[in-house]
Design a protein around this ligand. Structure first.
Ligand SMILES: [Zn+2]
Ligand SMILES: [Zn+2]
Length: 133
């Protein structure tokens, strides 16, 4: 499996190989503030399965142990890396074909903006799907 994508201006291109998992829509405050969007759709791959193929991502430490990757030229949010987990989350909306992997649930809905309707029949979790933060 190969998922390719990039930022809005085209400076950053990436490829995520391997089987995506934990496809979700995250409503947490950090995702909202760092992206400027009401929520973010993510999928995970094992860290070695993600590769930047063009340009160099800028990094932002959004919380302890976490680095968010984005394009320093156009600002597109691209990745979320918690090094302790051995996996990297990739912004689904930045895929060339974002139809899949479609989110399978909503997480951090306790932080959801009230006007964002969860207009699907996906499971919704107040915090993370395992209850962790
Ligand atoms: Zn860019
Ligand atoms: Zn989040």
């Amino acid at each position: 499996m190969q998922n390719e994508g990039g930022c809005h201006c085209g400076a950053i291109r990436y490829v995520a190989t391997g089987q995506p998992y934990n496809a979700t829509a995250c409503h947490c405050l950090d995702c909202r503030r760092s992206s400027g969007a009401p929520f973010m759709a993510w999928f995970s791959v094992a860290t070695p399965e993600f590769r930047v193929t063009q340009g160099k991502m800028a990094l932002y430490a959004s919380s302890p142990g976490v680095q968010r990757g984005f394009c320093g030229a156009c600002g597109t949010s691209l990745t979320y890396l918690n090094a302790a987990l051995g996996e990297i989350d990739v912004s689904t909306a930045t895929l060339d074909d974002p139809a899949e992997p479609a989110p399978r649930d909503h997480i951090w809905v306790q932080s959801r903006i009230p006007w964002v309707e969860l207009g699907t029949f996906l499971p919704a979790h107040a915090r993370n799907r395992d209850g962790s933060s």
